[in-house]
Design a protein around this ligand. Structure first.
Ligand code: UDP
Ligand code: MG
Length: 304
């Protein structure tokens, strides 16, 4: 333990994992900027070209040819940032791994602070946006809604404003990699694996070049993934509704039955038809809920 501590304080090998999709202009800018914050540490860059359509791969290859500590992975097509992050973590060799965006929206000035956090004994040091300056108000509104709904539906504690900019120890990276599911929601996975995390606040930075790759529907799908990845609550809601409908149907049947006995029949067949429909509806919904419970168990087992 003592030897490990000494190593931590002197130099550390840090892998920088950078998912890139159509970032030909930002990649060289990013590299120059991050190089400034190396200090005494050894950096390894891992650029992941996520099937870019522009000259991103060429820009990365140029850096890799000039610097032996720049490596890259190139995808056969666009698989999305989640897949790019997974590939980056998988190929990283550093004792510590930083994940950050290529567009300089994650301030490289924070890297030394993050390393310091690790030296203080944290397993992970992550950035949290405190402002959403420069973002469309609609987007901010839906984002806040997502955090609220997510908190209610899952037992994953997502930190408001958390971004995919963090440093992790090898131990934590290996834990994250062990969850090899295809439908990845990394923000949730980072929280799920546990470990001691230090949060560093920062103010939102606008993109210097290029544009965001997220459309509204892209984000909406991502939010749904975030909830369904860690929660079986939607299935529970079905079961709950089944119960409610069944109870309602049962009560209603009794009321109409009594009414029919006292006041007689106004429309023949009406009472029986209505009660049958309501009751069957409730039973069907309840049955779907029961199936859902089993599917939920299968889902959790498959996630391993
Ligand atoms: N990115 C990626 N694959 C994608 C979309 C984005 O690797 O399909 C990368 C992108 O190059 C950038 C990071 O993910 O480095 C964040 O993307 P972006 O800046 O578009 O998102 P925003 O900052 O607007 O949330
Ligand atoms: Mg960005």
């Amino acid at each position: 333990i003592y030897k490990h501590k000494i190593e931590r304080i002197e130099t550390m090998k840090v892998s920088i994992v950078v998912p890139c999709f159509n970032e030909e202009k930002t990649v060289p800018l990013f590299f120059d900027e991050v190089e400034k914050f190396k200090g005494a540490h050894e950096f390894e860059y891992l650029f992941i070209d996520d099937g870019s359509k522009d000259g991103t791969l060429a820009a990365i290859k140029k850096l890799a040819a000039a610097y032996p500590y720049v490596r890259f992975v190139s995808f056969s097509r666009n698989f999305g940032k989640e897949a790019a992050m997974y590939a980056g973590l998988d190929h990283s060799t550093g004792d510590y791994v930083v994940i950050m965006d290529a567009d300089l929206q994650h301030p490289p000035t924070m890297i030394p602070d993050m390393i310091k956090g690790i030296q203080e004994g944290y397993d992970c040091c992550a950035a949290r946006r405190t402002t959403r300056k420069g973002e469309a108000p609609v987007r901010s509104f839906f984002s806040r809604m997502f955090y609220k709904v997510n908190k209610k539906m899952t037992n994953i504690d997502l930190v408001q404003g958390a971004v995919d900019f963090r440093i992790m120890t090898r131990q934590m990276v290996d834990s994250v990699l062990e969850l090899s599911e295809r439908q990845r929601f990394s923000k949730g996975i980072f929280s799920w694996v546990g470990f001691k995390t230090k949060w560093l606040p920062y103010e939102n930075v606008e993109r210097p070049l290029g544009s965001t790759k997220w459309s509204f529907w892209g984000l909406f799908k991502y939010a749904i993934d975030g909830i369904t990845s860690f929660s079986i609550t939607p299935l529970r809601i079905v079961t709950g509704m089944g119960f409610l409908i069944s109870i309602f149907a049962f009560l209603y049947s009794i009321v109409t039955l009594i009414k029919t006995i006292i006041f007689g029949i106004d429309v023949p067949g009406y009472t029986t038809t209505l009660c049958a429909i309501l009751f069957l509806g409730g039973i069907i919904e309840l049955s779907i809920g029961v199936l859902g419970e089993y599917i939920a168990n299968i889902y959790m087992e498959v996630k391993n």
